[in-house]
Write a protein that binds this ligand. Structure first.
Ligand code: SAM
Length: 282
């Protein structure tokens, strides 16, 4: 069967390099190159873009990104066992693949990349959520990236696109929808991975908006939302008590009833509240 490049099939790469999946690193590999090519296409037009890939593993998605025409891929991988397999891909695309062996949570990729930049990753879910929040909450906007295409546990993907009033609406929905446009673009069953994880997955594509939907300070909005949803069953006048002594007045000024619960409050109203808190603290 024709593949996306002339490199060996991923099963062979994994056997040849002894890449037995490590649970501690969240290693569930995608071995179907048609699928990794599809995910690379979902990342958008790649020609003329630098792509940051976190957690390339044996390189299935990396191969898709390069075959789709990425100008350069910077791949950050924690597991040194994957480096020889990635070097074989680099040899097939001279000068286009740079691999850093390290923890993505500790590396600032900005200095290695030229805009326009897209980010794509199939990451362990805990690392993915933490990076997503970081990428969405720099003090200034627009960010260094144009789009994010990320694999998540299906339930996390649903939280990212959730609407107010739904059970999954919370911090991730607000931060993702405030400055970006998130969409679930692909659902994947556990069997798509080797070894299969316990739950289904989904790919979420987020496009950075040129400006946030509503003005707010990123740090204060995060603080308001974290407190509000930490105790989501409580009325906001109780859950947000520690934010400011006059919280009930600030809630009213933002057009929110102090007796409402966080899950009823729109993104626009949370941003209004963040602005009221900021003004009251001055
Ligand atoms: N992208 C590959 C694929 O689709 O087959 C591998 C996916 S696997 C779910 C996650 C990858 O992320 C593994 O290769 C793992 O070693 C790597 N990884 C885990 N934590 C990491 C971290 N903090 N920084 C960089 N890579 C990490």
């Amino acid at each position: 069967m024709a593949t996306i490049d002339d490199l060996p099939p991923l099963r062979e790469v994994i056997t040849d390099h002894g890449l037995v999946a490590k649970k501690a690193l969240g290693q569930n590999f995608l071995l179907d190159l048609n699928l990794t090519a599809k995910i690379a296409r979902l990342a958008g037009e790649l020609s003329g873009c630098d792509v940051l890939e976190i957690g390339p593993g044996p390189g299935g998605l990396t191969r898709g990104l390069l075959a789709e025409g990425a100008r350069k891929v910077l791949a950050i991988e924690k597991d040194a066992r994957c480096l020889p397999a990635l070097a074989e891909i680099g040899a097939r695309y001279p000068g286009q693949l740079e691999v850093i062996n390290g923890d993505a949570l500790e590396i600032d990729p900005g200095q290695y990349l030229m805009p326009p930049i897209r980010i794509a990753a199939n990451l362990p879910y805990n690392v993915g959520t933490e990076l997503l929040v970081r990428w969405l909450t720099p003090p200034e906007w627009p960010p260094f990236w144009q789009s994010l295409t990320l694999m998540f546990q299906r339930e996390v993907a649903q939280r990212i696109v959730a609407e107010p009033g739904s059970k999954t609406y919370g911090r991730l929905a607000i931060l993702s929808q405030w400055r970006a446009d998130p969409r679930i673009v692909l659902h994947l069953p556990p069997e798509a991975f080797s070894p299969p994880p316990k739950v289904s997955s989904a790919v979420v594509h987020l496009t950075a908006l040129p400006a946030p939907r509503f003005p707010a300070d990123a740090r204060i909005l995060q603080e308001v939302v974290a407190r509000g949803f930490n105790q989501r069953r409580k009325m906001l006048r109780a859950s947000l008590k520690g934010l400011h002594p006059g919280i009930e007045d600030l809630l009213r000024a933002a057009g929110i009833k102090p007796t409402e619960r966080a899950e009823q409050v729109s993104l626009e109203a949370f941003c209004a509240l963040a602005r009221e808190v900021e003004a009251a603290r001055r």
